[in-house]
Design a protein around this ligand. Structure first.
Ligand code: FES
Length: 148
């Protein structure tokens, strides 16, 4: 099957999950270990709940103050497998190539995460929004702290 056909197969019209989604679900990257939240000493933290399903997502970020790049991030969720896979992918996107700048990170859209995942079933799109919203709040938290 061509890559294009595979993406079409995962374009949200079915319940099929791409191999990339499955990989991130079974081996999630950058998860915050339980009980390590305080010692992590994040520069910014964002917590959101999903009105669609009631699940919750938290993201912690560390920022290099000189470059304004995200040098590390961790996350936790009580969400479903799609939320886990989406936020795991998001965390990789933030950290690849030496870390994304905050200005780049605020421009990330759930659609960008879904493209990297090879699509999500339509009923699971709201799950990828959760990580993105938590990230935006974490960036806001960091910027608010700088001003205070
Ligand atoms: Fe709640 Fe996916 S169903 S995050």
């Amino acid at each position: 099957m061509s890559d294009e056909a595979k993406i079409q197969q995962h374009d949200g019209t079915s319940w099929l999950y791409s191999d990339i989604v499955k990989d991130h679900f079974f081996n999630p990257r950058n998860v915050m270990p339980a009980g390590k939240e305080d010692e992590y000493q994040a520069d910014g933290m964002g917590r959101v709940g999903s009105p669609a399903c009631g699940d919750e997502m938290v993201i912690w970020i560390k920022i290099d103050p000189k470059t304004q790049k995200i040098v590390d991030c961790k996350w936790q969720t009580f969400g479903c497998g799609s939320a886990i896979a989406s936020t795991s992918m998001l965390s990789e996107m933030l950290l690849e190539n030496g870390g994304m700048t905050l200005d780049e990170a605020v421009k990330i859209k759930p659609q960008d995460i879904m493209e990297r995942l090879g699509g999500l079933p339509a009923r699971k799109v709201h799950c990828s929004v959760l990580g993105d919203q938590a990230l935006q709040k974490a960036i806001e938290d960091y910027r608010n702290k700088l001003q205070s």
